[in-house]
Design a protein around this ligand. Structure first.
Ligand code: F6R
Ligand code: ZN
Length: 197
C-alpha cells in the first residue's frame, strides 16, 4: 500500500495519469463511498438506502507521495462520479482548512463546480478543463460533478493546512447544487430538521 514519503524529500518528478487517476510515484488512494457521506446530502434517507444497497463509489482521491506536513506542497487528483441523489449532484464532503491557507484546483476533464463558503457568503465557480479555481484562506470548499461524465481535477495545497470536515457538517456550505430541467440549480442550504417543509 503506497504511503507518503518521510522528509527530507528529494526533488521529485510526479506524473498524474488522467483519466486513470493514478500518481507515479503513488501516495495513498482514498475511496469515498455513499456510506461515508452521512449527513451531507439533503436526502439523507435516500443516501442511507443507497449505502445499504450497493454502496456506490462517489469519488476517489489519488495523492502523490508528498506528505501533508508544514512547508510541503502536497497534490492530489480527485475524480467524482456522475450522478445525483434526490436531484442533488454527487459531490465531495467539503472541508475547511483549520490552518487557514489558500488552495488551487485545476480542472482536467469533465464539468463541475467549486462551491466555497466563508460562513456568510457563498461563491460558485464553474469548472471546465483548463480552469483553475482558487480558494482563498478561510473559505470552506466542496467540489460538485454537474456533468454526465466523471469530473476530475488536480488540487495543490499547503501541507500544514489540515482538513476540518465537522465544520461543514455544522455550518453547511451556504448552498446546495441540484440538477434542474435546464441545468444547474443553486438552492439555499437548509438544515434538515426531519420535519417536511
Ligand atoms: C485538499 C483538498 C482536496 C480534497 C479532495 C476531496 O485540501 O481540498 O484534495 O481533499 O478533493 O474532498 P474532501 O477532502 O472534501 O473529501
Ligand atoms: Zn482543501
Amino acid at each position: 500500500m503506497p504511503s507518503f514519503l518521510a522528509p527530507p524529500l528529494q526533488p521529485l518528478r510526479i506524473r498524474f495519469d488522467s483519466p486513470a487517476a493514478t500518481a507515479e510515484p503513488a501516495g495513498p488512494l482514498l475511496v469515498r463511498r455513499m456510506s461515508s457521506l452521512e449527513g451531507l446530502f439533503e436526502a439523507e434517507g435516500l443516501r442511507r438506502e443507497l449505502a445499504d444497497a450497493g454502496d456506490p463509489i462517489v469519488y476517489t482521491v489519488a495523492s502523490s507521495p508528498v506528505p501533508e506536513l508544514p512547508r510541503e506542497l502536497p497534490q492530489s487528483l480527485t475524480t467524482i462520479a456522475p450522478g445525483t441523489l434526490g436531484g442533488e449532484f454527487y459531490m465531495t464532503k467539503g472541508h475547511q482548512h483549520p490552518d487557514p491557507q489558500g488552495e488551487i484546483y485545476l480542472c482536467l476533464r469533465g464539468t463541475g463546480g467549486l462551491l466555497t463558503f466563508d460562513g456568510a457568503t457563498t461563491s460558485w465557480i464553474e469548472m471546465t478543463p483548463g480552469v483553475i479555481g482558487y480558494m482563498p484562506p478561510g473559505w470552506a470548499h466542496r467540489s460538485i460533478n454537474t456533468g454526465d461524465e466523471e469530473y476530475q481535477f488536480l488540487a495543490v495545497y499547503p501541507g500544514s493546512a489540515g482538513h476540518d470536515y465537522q465544520w461543514v457538517v455544522e455550518n453547511g456550505m451556504g448552498e446546495r447544487i441540484f440538477q434542474g430541467p435546464t441545468g444547474v440549480v443553486r438552492r439555499p442550504f437548509r438544515v434538515d430538521t426531519g420535519v417536511p417543509a
